[in-house]
Design a protein around this ligand. Structure first.
Ligand code: GLY
Length: 310
C-alpha cells in the first residue's frame, strides 16, 4: 500500500517594525494559524496600521506634507518577480492593497500619483478620506505656530526623540505554514515633507526586499538614508553571504553611518527575517522596537544591536 506523506509544516512567524505592529499581528495571526498565506498576513498587518489614527506616520493618521496634503506609499513582495508598489496615493487609505493589486493584476511593479489612484478605482477599491481629523489638526497647529514658511519643525525635543518623531514606517515580514515568506511596507512618509517627496518605503530593495531562498528585510526611519544604500537589498545579500539577521541589519546601518554624519533628525532601524524563521534587528538610535508573533511569543522587543548608545 502506498504511503501518503504530509508536507512538513513550517512554524509561522510575523515580525514588524514598532510596537504598533502588534495590533496588526493580532489581526493577521489567525490567518497564518489557519494555514493562510504570508502575503495575506502582511497585507492585513499593514491595513490595520493604515487604519489606526493613533499611528502618526502610516495611513490616514500620518502627518501630511507641509502644504497639508496627504500622500501615502506602500509595497508588497513575495520575490523579485512577484512584487507591487504604489507611491503618492491621495484618495485611497490602503496603499498596501493597491500595491497588492498591481502585483496580482499587472505586468508592472510600480504605479504612482493620481494615475495609481485611478488604477485603484478601476479595480473596485473604494476611495476613502486619507487625512484623519487629528492629522489635519496637527498640521493646522504647526502651520499656525510657524507660518507658511515651510521651515523645519521647531525644536524642544531631545535629539533622540526628534530622530524618530517623523519616520515610523510599518514594515512587516511573515512566514506561513507552507514555508512561504512575504513582506509589506506602508507609510505616510516624512512628516511635513516637501510636496511630491517619496521615501524608501515603496521602493523595492530600499524599504523592503524579499528573496525567498534567503529571507526578507525592511526598514524604518529616514528614507533618504535608506535609499542611498539600498539597505533592504543589502541586508538580504548579507544574509545570503552568511551573516546572522541582526548582524546583516547592523552592516547596512554601518554603511549609512560611514557615508556621512547624521543630522539630529536622521536615524534608521532595519529588521530581517531569514527563510528558516530566524530574525533580528538593529538600530542606529535607541527608541526602536520590533513586534514579533510566533506560537510562543507576542512581544515588542528592543533590537539586539544599537549602534549609538545614549
Ligand atoms: N521611511 C519612511 C520614509 O522616509 O518615507
Amino acid at each position: 500500500m502506498r504511503s501518503v506523506y504530509a508536507a512538513p509544516m513550517a512554524s509561522p512567524i510575523i515580525v514588524s517594525t514598532w510596537s504598533f505592529g502588534r495590533r496588526g499581528h493580532a489581526a493577521a495571526w489567525p490567518t497564518l494559524l489557519d494555514g493562510g498565506h504570508a502575503i495575506d498576513a502582511v497585507e492585513k498587518v499593514c491595513r490595520v496600521v493604515e487604519d489606526d489614527v493613533e499611528v502618526d506616520s502610516v495611513g490616514w493618521g500620518g502627518r501630511p506634507d507641509r502644504e497639508g496634503r496627504m500622500t501615502l506609499d506602500g509595497c508588497i513582495m513575495l520575490s523579485p518577480r512577484a512584487c507591487g508598489s504604489v507611491a503618492a496615493i491621495e484618495r485611497h487609505r490602503h496603499p498596501v492593497s493597491i500595491a497588492r493589486r498591481v502585483m496580482d493584476s499587472t505586468e508592472h511593479i510600480m504605479l504612482v500619483g493620481p494615475l495609481a489612484d485611478d488604477f485603484a478605482d478601476a479595480h473596485g477599491i473604494e476611495p476613502e478620506p486619507v487625512l484623519a481629523p487629528v492629522a489635519l489638526e496637527a498640521w493646522k497647529s504647526r502651520h499656525e505656530a510657524q507660518g507658511a514658511s515651510g521651515a523645519p519643525p521647531a525644536g524642544g525635543l531631545h535629539p533622540d526623540e526628534a530622530r524618530w518623531r517623523n519616520h515610523d514606517t510599518i514594515g512587516t515580514l511573515a512566514i506561513d505554514t507552507h514555508g512561504t515568506i512575504a513582506g509589506a511596507c506602508s507609510t505616510s512618509g516624512m512628516a511635513w515633507k516637501v510636496p511630491g517627496r517619496v521615501g524608501d518605503s515603496p521602493i523595492i530593495g530600499h524599504g523592503l526586499y524579499v528573496r525567498p531562498s534567503v529571507g526578507g528585510a525592511t526598514g524604518t526611519g529616514t528614507g533618504e538614508l535608506v535609499m542611498g544604500e539600498c539597505s533592504s537589498f543589502y541586508v538580504v545579500e548579507r544574509m545570503a553571504a552568511g551573516d546572522e539577521p541582526a548582524e546583516a541589519c547592523a552592516a547596512a546601518l554601518r554603511r549609512i553611518m560611514d557615508a556621512g554624519a547624521l543630522t539630529c533628525e536622521q536615524t534608521v532601524a532595519m529588521l530581517a527575517l531569514r527563510a528558516d524563521g530566524a530574525w533580528g534587528a538593529a538600530t542606529i538610535q535607541k527608541g526602536y522596537r520590533t513586534s514579533v508573533r510566533t506560537a510562543d511569543q507576542d512581544d515588542a522587543l528592543e533590537p539586539g544591536i544599537m549602534l549609538l548608545d545614549a
